[in-house]
Design a protein around this ligand. Structure first.
Ligand code: NAI
Length: 346
């Protein structure tokens, strides 16, 4: 059997890092049929559409996509392709595990944190207008439906995966209605999961608490903007943006992508670290119930980091993206199984 997957290589470092993930996925021995599409500025140049219809139809068909980052113009231009895709397919749950791979020197060893971010509304609804010259409004949309379903997602994940604590992150002291609604929904859902400790922290305090002691948290549940910002902050615990994978889940389909962006400063140089996209591919394999292949990739990654002679520049090595990828593939052939196939580690 082969898996049909929609592939969005993206731009900037996107094509380099997704290519690395595709090579590694294919080296597992599983069969994949890739339906590859451009999105964003490149797509617009060719098709006069930022998200081509064929891409939309492909995701509707395959229900699973692996995506590289797509550049969004700053302060004008077209809306974020990432945000649009998440809204279009109601990918309401953004799931980001923050875990150290062993043997990477970081400020904090053994971090194991999960960020669950609401992905479809909040300030990212993109409803902005100029009221009068010099005055603009940006609307923060929060609905009971979306706040409840993201809380349900987080608590269900915690229950299934034996996580112990969830903290809702908010600013309801100032945004009493919008973040207040988020908290009310979280509290209601929390009552149904008495085995999971529920707490609440204000977002600015959470940033300080995280930097002081990230081990005090287990899972963090939050609305869109806070989730975006805190994901990058937490990436620094585990080696930087080259390491943190992500998944966007809806009821009907899922898109897997790293937390990082298109990194224009290092694009086209074969120096980006593809680990975050490889780990996103690993989340995708688990979604497809391909646990053994996922474990094989994870073990190989771990071995490459333990061996240390093929690391990328962001972690002090000299290897290029493709050399690092070759090394992971070599290790896949020799890496022993270090953990049970159903492990949820990335
Ligand atoms: P960025 O994540 O692209 O880069 C931030 C810093 O991290 C840069 O110094 C970059 O070189 C480094 N970095 C990122 N990924 C790396 C990797 N794999 N290996 C080594 N170093 C890495 O964030 P930035 O600069 O804020 O955004 C650039 C563009 O990406 C923007 O247009 C933004 O909108 C877009 N973006 C797209 C995302 C997506 O498609 N899901 C997510 C985040 C940003």
């Amino acid at each position: 059997m082969s898996h049909k997957i929609t592939l969005i290589p993206g731009d900037g470092i996107g094509p380099e890092v997704t290519q690395a993930a595709v090579r590694i996925l294919e080296a597992t021995g599983l069969k994949f049929e890739w339906e590859s599409f451009e999105a964003g500025a490149e797509a617009y140049e060719k098709y006069k559409e930022y998200i081509p219809k064929d891409l939309v139809q492909s995701i509707e068909r395959t229900r699973v996509a692996l995506k590289g980052p797509v550049t969004t113009p700053i302060g004008g231009g077209f809306a974020s392709i990432n945000v649009e895709l998440r809204k279009m397919f109601e990918l309401y749950a953004n799931f980001r595990p923050i875990r150290n791979l062993p043997h990477i020197p970081t400020r904090y060893p053994d971090v194991d944190l999960i960020i669950v971010r609401e992905n479809t509304e909040g300030l990212y609804s993109g409803i902005e207008h100029e009221v009068v010259p010099g005055v603009v409004e940006s609307l923060k949309i929060m609905t009971e439906k979306a706040c409840t379903r993201i809380s349900r997602f987080a608590f269900e994940y915690a229950r299934k995966n034996k996580r112990k604590k969830i903290h809702a992150v908010h600013k309801a002291n100032i945004m009493k209605l919008s973040d207040g609604l988020f908290l009310r929904c979280s509290r209601n859902i929390a009552k149904e999961y008495p085995e999971i400790t529920y707490g609440e922290h204000i977002v600015d305090n959470t940033c300080m608490q995280l930097v002081m002691n990230p081990y005090q948290y287990d899972m963090l549940l939050m609305e869109n903007l806070y989730g975006d910002i805190l994901s990058d902050l937490c990436a620094a615990f585990v080696g930087g943006l080259g390491f943190v994978p992500g998944a966007n889940f809806g009821d009907h389909c899922a898109i897997f992508e790293a937390v990082h962006g298109s990194a224009p400063d290092i694009a086209g140089k074969n120096i980006a670290n593809p680990t975050a996209v490889i780990r996103s591919a690993l989340l995708m394999l688990r979604h497809l119930n391909e646990y053994e292949a996922a474990t094989k990739i994870r073990n190989a990654l771990e071995k490459v980091y333990r061996t240390r002679d093929k690391l990328t520049r962001d972690v002090g090595g000299k290897a290029g993206t493709s050399e690092f990828t070759d090394s992971v593939i070599e290790m896949m052939e020799s890496a022993p199984s270090l953990e049970p196939a159903e492990s949820s580690r990335v």
